[in-house]
Every structure is written in structure tokens, then in C-alpha cells.
Design a protein around this ligand. Structure first.
Ligand SMILES: [Fe+2]
Ligand SMILES: [Fe+2]
Length: 410
């Protein structure tokens, strides 16, 4: 086995670690592979005799292997099979070097997750470098997120899509021409303005989700639907206000333009959203019950239902993380403890917490004041979800969350 240090990758690696590339061929043919003397910085290329490939992989230990170029006889992907017997090497990108003319991958090769075939006899060092570079990019693109499944449809997004998609409300369900202005109270109009403005805070939330979950496609795909629904929440309430002669200033949307800080643990971020969605659901449902104006009642009822769906979907993604690692469970409960405990200074909600310069924090307090029990109802539902998350029936109060956390850090 010979190790060489290699020249220049055109795209910078987001990972600082050294990437290994293995050229695997029968001992007598290793010299036929036109590997340039040096490839790129931070890339180590090894020529490995096929007969010793298993030992080579043992010798790598915990080191990554980004790309394997395997010279194999037609129909005999021997070394590839050796590699794929090791689940920890599933991320390694594989190219076959063949003596035959270029062809499509055979089903068996596809089953072994081979990226492509290069024709060895026509392979120049430059063409081989290009194959390796593509392999390195593909390897980096896969990332290290443990929740990425082998097949696209195995993702949670696919599992919840039908439920989420078929429970959307239709825009035509709301007929603003039917508003009965005389049934509206001044406090209701005030609250309607505040809730329209609070909903603007979901857009930076969507920005954040896509940044924070940049290494996967499942939650990110769902977050697009979620963001689209939240955008309707502002729009429908602003249009209602317009209909009764009140214009919402664009500055309120702009106040919430800056992104809030990225979370350190995704399960904790999701828990914060479970809480804010559950509370929003109760707020809207309570408001819908109290107003006498039928169109507004309809809108708030629909929005309350949306927020309940959002809380449930955030829960599904949170549970996936909690089931994967206990540190995620602890981080989620810590977040719940912070947001549920101590409401003396008013209910904490991301909309008010991250944008104190926006009027929504005071608006939120007005909404709470309007129906003080609804936060208690929402928080009881959150605690039920936490019990489900943990598979633990004992979490029935904020104090129980503290007890759980003490047990985990002790
Ligand atoms: Fe909303
Ligand atoms: Fe929501």
C-alpha cells in the first residue's frame, strides 16, 4: 500500500478532515491506473491490492474513506461487495474502473450503490482526477446526518405528507364579503391586528429552519409547507383588516426580518416550536369561540386548526430525534422547562422574545390577558406530548421536568 499526498480541489471542503481515496485493483494491475502523482490538499490516495482490501479497511479504523475506485472484472464487483459489507462505509462513493466500453450500471451494481463506471483504457490522469473530484463532492454532499435514510421515501416527510396535505383548508372557504362589521368589538380588532403582526415572525422562522437543517431534506421539505401556511395566516388577517378599513404597515413585517439565533440542538428548536404552536392553537380557538362576527370566527377557527396540526408535525420530527439519541431528549426537555416555567413576566413566545422592538410582545400580553386560561390548556397539551416523547408517564408538571433533568445530569 502506497500513500500519496495530492494537489488542488476546486471546491473547498466544508469538512476540515483529510479525505482518503482508495484505488483498488488486483495486485498485478495496480500500476495500470493512471493516478496523478499528487491529487489535492487534504486528500490522501492509497493504492490498495484487491487481495488486501479487507485488511486495509480494518486498518482505517475510524478514519473516513471518501472514494473507492475499483478495478473489477465484468460481473464481479468483489471489492465493492467487501466495502458494502461494512455499514459504516455506506457513505463511501464507489466508481468501477472497467476494461469494457462505457455502459450503464447493472442492477447488481446499482444495489451496491456504485456511482459510475470509467473506461480504464481511455482514462487519462486528468479524467481520473475528475472522477475523484466528483466522488469527493458526492461524499461531502451526503454529510453525516444519521437520520438520512437509504431510500428517499423512507423519510419522515413522506410519512406525514398525506395527513398534512389533505387537512389544509381551502382559500375559498373564507368569504370576506360576508363580514358583519357591526358585530366586531374594538378589542377584537386590536387583537386581530396584533395576531396578524405576530404571524410575520414565522417567516424568519422558515429562514432559520432551512439554514439549521441544511444537511437533510425531510424536515426541510415539510418546513416549506409549514412556512407557506404561516404566510397565509398573516395575509388572511391583513386582508380582513383591509376589508374593514384598516391597513397593516409593512414595517411590522420588516421588523421581523433579522434571523433569530440558530439553535444548538434541533430537538430543542423543535420543542420551542411545539410550545409556540400549541399556544397559538389555543389562542386562536379561544378567540374563535368568543367573537360574534362569523367570518372572523371562521378564520380564527381555521388558523387554530392549522396551529394544532403544526404542533403535531413538529412533535413527529422532534420524536424522531429524541428516539435517535438521549442527548436530544434532554435538550428538548431543557427547552420545554425554559419556556414553560415562570410566567410571571408574561408568557414567553418566540414572536415576542426574539423581536422586542416589534409591537408583538405587548400584543401577545394583550392576547393572554384576554383569555388567561388558554396558556394553561396549551401547556397541558405540551406536557402530554413530552410524556409521549420520553415514553415516560411521570412528566405532568414543570416540576416533573426539573426532576427528569436532575436525574439526567446527576
Ligand atoms: Fe400561524
Ligand atoms: Fe403555526
Amino acid at each position: 500500500m502506497q500513500t500519496k499526498i495530492a494537489p488542488a480541489v476546486s471546491s473547498p471542503s466544508p469538512e476540515r478532515t483529510v479525505n482518503r481515496v482508495a484505488v483498488v485493483a488486483p495486485r498485478g494491475e495496480l500500476g495500470a491506473v493512471p493516478l496523478a502523482g499528487a491529487l489535492w490538499p487534504a486528500v490522501l490516495a492509497d493504492r490498495v491490492a484487491a487481495e488486501t482490501f479487507d485488511d486495509y479497511l480494518d486498518g482505517l479504523g475510524g478514519e473516513s474513506l471518501a472514494v473507492a475506485l475499483v478495478l473489477a472484472a465484468p460481473g464481479d464487483p468483489g471489492a465493492v461487495r467487501v466495502l458494502r459489507m461494512r455499514p459504516e462505509r455506506a457513505r463511501t462513493r464507489v466508481y468501477l474502473l472497467g476494461r469494457e466500453a462505457a455502459r450503464l450500471l447493472a442492477p447488481a451494481e446499482d444495489d451496491l450503490d456504485v456511482e459510475g463506471i470509467a473506461e480504464l483504457d481511455r482514462l487519462t490522469p486528468e479524467a481520473l482526477s475528475q472522477v475523484i473530484e466528483n466522488g469527493l463532492r458526492a461524499y461531502r454532499a451526503l454529510g453525516a446526518n444519521p437520520l438520512i435514510p437509504e431510500y428517499y421515501l423512507d423519510a419522515t416527510y413522506n410519512r406525514i405528507f398525506d395527513w398534512f396535505e389533505t387537512t389544509k383548508w381551502d382559500w375559498r372557504e373564507v368569504d370576506l364579503s360576508q363580514i358583519r362589521r357591526e358585530l366586531l368589538t374594538e378589542p377584537e380588532i386590536d387583537i386581530l391586528q396584533e395576531s396578524a403582526i405576530i404571524e410575520f415572525g414565522t417567516l424568519p422562522g422558515a429562514h432559520n429552519f432551512l439554514r439549521e437543517w441544511a444537511d437533510e431534506y425531510s424536515f426541510s421539505s415539510w418546513a416549506l409547507s409549514w412556512g407557506a401556511e404561516e404566510a397565509r395566516h398573516s395575509l388572511v388577517q391583513c386582508r380582513y383588516l383591509h376589508e374593514i378599513g384598516i391597513e397593516v404597515r409593512a414595517k411590522h413585517a420588516m421588523y421581523k426580518r433579522e434571523p433569530y439565533p440558530m439553535g444548538e440542538n434541533r430537538a430543542a428548536t423543535l420543542m420551542m416550536n411545539i410550545i409556540s404552536e400549541s399556544r397559538a392553537a389555543e389562542y386562536y380557538k379561544t378567540l374563535a369561540r368568543t367573537t360574534r362576527e362569523p367570518v372572523l370566527r371562521k378564520i380564527w377557527r381555521l388558523l387554530g386548526r392549522d396551529e394544532s396540526r403544526h404542533a403535531r408535525a413538529f412533535f413527529v420530527f422532534c420524536k424522531e430525534l429524541v428516539d435517535a439519541a438521549e442527548e436530544n431528549a434532554v435538550a428538548a426537555v431543557q427547552m420545554a422547562y425554559v419556556w414553560l416555567a415562570d410566567r410571571r413576566g408574561g408568557v414567553k413566545h418566540p414572536a415576542g422574545f426574539f423581536y422586542p422592538h416589534s409591537s408583538s410582545s405587548s400584543g401577545l400580553r394583550r392576547i393572554e390577558h384576554y383569555a388567561p386560561v388558554m396558556t394553561d390548556i396549551a401547556d397541558r397539551k405540551v406536557l402530554a406530548m413530552i410524556r409521549n416523547l420520553l415514553g415516560n408517564e411521570s412528566a405532568r408538571s414543570v416540576g416533573d421536568l426539573k426532576t427528569y433533568l436532575r436525574g439526567k445530569v446527576a
